[in-house]
Design a protein around this ligand. Structure first.
Ligand code: NAD
Length: 472
């Protein structure tokens, strides 16, 4: 895999490098060049020039270039998916689905930008009072390793469609997918400087870019502690930020739900990307009257999961993306079992090369076990029973997270109670809905602020200007 930085329209490879691993084999598969401080300064200067050019490019030309990038990515979906599986581990079909989805998200944002209407407000005679939406300026974005295409594209699509330029630091652990995506934009004709891709020490790069006066907005996806750090730095410079942070999604299965259907749907969602998803269902609260039936159906679904190298046919769950997640899974299971939880499946890393951890199910988990309090970000499903819905809602809302939540019920009254009662930015009833280009995703409470997707996703990269024009 040929890895490069991309600054001011130039691909740069001759820098000190970092090895990139295949999590299924632990083998080094590539060497990633890292940006120096001078490279970051060049990227910011390029983004300032690129912003002026891109902002002033007629909207029809901007849309044409972005749609061409989406077409190139679609045409290359098989190759990009393979690269993603090699560096991140997810099964090839999941990787391919992600590439096609992000191409769709780019198309949606590019088209939506054509409708970034302002308005004329009735005003005093002789005055034209209007509101315009303008791109905020050069953006600095930081994205993680779990969705190597999805996370970068959400930011690239939003920023570029709005007319902003961007300096993006994608994950050093999954850089090849980001490089492939940037190639599509470059080949589609994006002007130099509008998009700059860098890698490096995350803390050094983020400090450098956030403090650069020319950068006008910070966009981050990742953990809550890092999000707070970056939002604090941005706030100190009075720069707006978008924070897509972690979650610990409750799944409330009510007494009147079909326990078998609920278990099947929740189990499929749970093990997507080996549970390394910020919206992954991760705390299962099941009414005591259907608890045993739910657990039996969930375990049957777990037994159908095929763990292996994501490149192999038939595999439905790959390895964890890095050894940090393996260690975290082991610690969460040990803690839960030591507090009295019952281990129903999995629980130990697999005895083979690669960062493999099996689907793991715990029942009877005390509410103060770490896995019920800390985002697991891995293939662990803790299941507990509850007696009444108010108690389940209290448990669901007790944590500082507020990203996704799920409910299963056949009653419209109970649905309304869940919809109004659950503190979350993303709610699915009777299924585990994924993100779509036309609707916003984002959190409340410590899961962050700002939205990606839908018209709200574009608004995040626009500023409002009031113009009062006295006719002379
Ligand atoms: P981490 O907190 O070390 O890093 C999370 C992400 O932030 C990584 O992409 C990392 O490169 C980046 N990062 C870390 N320090 C940074 C800094 N100072 N400036 C800029 N970027 C920085 O955790 P990790 O081990 O990589 O991931 C584990 C945890 O991260 C999970 O438990 C989960 O909560 C969270 N996470 C969340 C998402 C999400 O989609 N919201 C994605 C990946 C990871």
């Amino acid at each position: 895999m040929d890895l490069s930085l991309y600054i001011d329209g130039e691909w740069i490879t001759d820098r000190a490098t970092l090895p990139v691993l295949n999590p299924a084999t632990e083998e080094v598969i590539a060497h990633l060049p890292l940006a120096t401080a001078a490279d970051l300064d060049r990227a910011v200067a390029a983004a300032v020039r690129g912003f002026r050019v891109w902002r002033d490019t007629p909207i029809a030309d901007r849309t044409r270039i972005l749609l061409k990038a989406a077409d190139l990515l679609t045409a290359r979906a098989d190759r990009v998916a393979r690269v993603m599986t090699l560096e991140q581990g997810k099964p090839l079909a999941e990787a391919r689905g992600e590439v096609l989805r992000v191409a769709g998200a780019l198309r949606w944002d590019a088209e939506d930008a054509r409708r970034a209407y302002g308005r004329i407000i009735p005003s005093e005679a002789g005055t034209v009072l209007s509101v315009r939406h303008e791109p905020v300026g050069p953006v600095a974005a930081f994205t993680p390793w779990n969705f190597p295409a999805g996370s970068p594209m959400r930011k690239l699509a939003g920023a570029l469609s709005a007319g902003c330029s961007i300096v993006i630091k994608a994950s050093e652990e999954t850089p090849s997918t980001a490089v492939e995506i940037v190639r599509c934009f470059a080949e589609a004709g994006l002007p130099p400087g509008a998009l700059n891709l860098v890698f490096g020490d995350p803390a050094e790069v983020s400090t450098h870019l956030i403090e650069a006066p020319e950068i006008r907005l910070i966009a981050f996806t990742g953990s809550i502690p890092v999000g707070k750090l970056l939002a604090g730095r941005a706030g100190a410079q009075m720069k707006p930020s978008l924070m897509e942070l972690g979650g610990h999604a409750p799944v409330i299965v009510c007494a009147d739900a079909d326990p078998v259907q609920a278990a099947r749907k929740a189990a499929v969602a749970k093990f997507v990307n080996a549970g390394q998803v910020c919206t992954s269902p991760s705390r299962f609260l099941v009414h005591e009257s259907i608890h045993d039936e739910f657990v039996a159906a969930f375990l049957a679904a777990v037994d159908r999961v095929v763990v292996g190298d994501g490149l192999d046919d038939g595999v439905t769950m790959g390895p964890l993306a890095n050894p940090r997640r393996l260690k975290a899974m082991e610690e969460l299971v040990t803690d839960a079992v030591s507090r009295g939880a019952v281990l129903q499946r999995g629980g130990e890393r697999l005895d083979r090369p690669g960062f493999f951890f099996p689907p793991t199910v715990l029942t009877g988990v005390p509410l103060d076990a770490r896995v019920m309090v800390e985002e697991p970000f891995g293939p662990i499903a803790p299941i507990v029973s509850f007696a009444d819905l108010d108690e389940a809602l209290r448990i669901a809302n007790t944590l500082p997270y507020g990203l996704a939540a799920y409910g299963f019920t056949r009653s419209s009254t109970t649905t309304e109670k869940l919809v109004t009662g659950l503190e979350a930015g993303i709610l699915s009833i009777n299924h585990c809905g994924g993100s779509v280009p036309e609707a916003p995703s984002g959190g409340v409470k410590q899961s962050g602020y700002g939205r990606e997707g839908g018209p709200e996703g574009l608004e995040a990269y626009l500023v409002t200007k009031r113009v009062s024009h006295l006719l002379v």
